[in-house]
Design a protein around this ligand. Structure first.
Ligand SMILES: [Zn+2]
Length: 307
């Protein structure tokens, strides 16, 4: 081998070595973080957890600086890098003295694994149904539209939507207010059966509380009470189910439709105390009326009779 090439191979080996040192110090850091602080009495003479973590981070920093210094000494390759060129390294007559090829293979496998895992993670995270604030687009979309942010829509759009729903049902009265700035709070009165407070964030429903008709919607200070649960078990159960329904109907691409579907579902509770359960045909079961409504058919069921 010619002398300059030989020296460049040595530089490359040094680089790979410092890369390995950096990787092991990063691994050590994450290991310490993952294990967390040790028990107080077991670390006599040892450093405390923050000290150890800080020391590791300093090592990472130093190793990274070393790597950067070494990389600066590399001359960039003029030919396009491909496995074809690196493949020639395996033809070196003494692979024991020059383990570069195997190191490169390891490195390649490592990068491949990272790529594979990160793709997997991306698909898992973007498939989370409860992530409701923005539309996640597939990676392959060529022209990326700016994701519509459902939590920052104009107030008029929410107002019009709520007005529209208010006109859909004669016996359900929706009263919109904005006690906390931009986000709407809708007070619902359904017949003489129940009252509910539906908190919006933009055009997404954030939280629902259902209370009895005779329970107040406002607290002692005259402000809308968003959180205090009903004192009645029936309405506590309906609150739970309403929040489940809210999540079920939520589809970030069709926010209008999901809000309308939710209120249609909520309206079906107008006959909470007169409906019989679709399964057992009784009004009461365990002293409770049918507090569950099927999402699509709005059929009433007791909690225990749910299909
Ligand atoms: Zn039943």
């Amino acid at each position: 081998m010619a002398a300059p090439e030989c020296s460049s191979v040595e530089v490359l080996t040094t680089n790979l070595n410092s890369l390995r040192t950096l990787r092991s110090s990063v691994t050590l850091f994450f290991k310490i973080i993952a294990e967390g602080p040790k028990e107080e009495n077991s670390n006599d003479g040892e450093h405390s957890f923050p000290e150890m973590a800080a020391k590791c981070l300093t090592d990472v920093k130093n190793n990274l600086r070393d790597l950067e210094t070494h990389v600066a000494g590399l001359t960039p390759s003029t030919v396009p890098v491909s496995l074809g060129n690196t493949g020639l390294l395996s033809l070196d007559p003494s692979p024991d003295k020059l383990p570069l090829y195997h190191q490169l293979l390891d490195c390649y496998t490592y990068v491949e694994k990272i790529h594979c895992y990160s793709t997997l993670m991306h698909s898992l995270l973007s498939g989370n149904n409860l992530k409701r604030s923005s539309v996640s687009l597939p990676l392959s979309t060529k022209r990326r539209r700016p994701a519509q942010l459902n939590h920052s829509v104009p107030q008029q759009q929410v107002d019009m939507l709520i007005q529209g729903i208010n006109q859909m049902f004669q016996d359900m009265n929706l009263n919109i207010s904005r006690p906390f700035g931009n986000n709407a709070v809708v007070q619902v009165t359904l017949g003489q059966v129940l009252r509910a407070v539906v908190t919006f964030r933009g055009i997404l429903i954030e939280w629902v509380v259902v209370r009895a008709y005779n329970e107040p919607l406002v607290d002692e200070d005259g402000k809308v009470d968003l959180y205090t649960p009903s004192q009645y078990k029936v309405f506590q159960k309906v609150t739970d189910n309403a929040n489940a329904a809210m999540l079920n109907f939520c589809s970030p691409g069709f926010s209008d439709l999901s809000v309308r579907s939710f209120f249609t579902w909520l309206h079906s509770f107008v006959s909470l105390f007169t409906d019989v359960c679709k399964k057992c045909n009784y009004h009461l079961h365990n002293h409770m009326p049918p507090t569950w409504r099927e999402f699509r058919t709005l059929d009433p069921f007791h909690e225990e009779c749910k299909p």
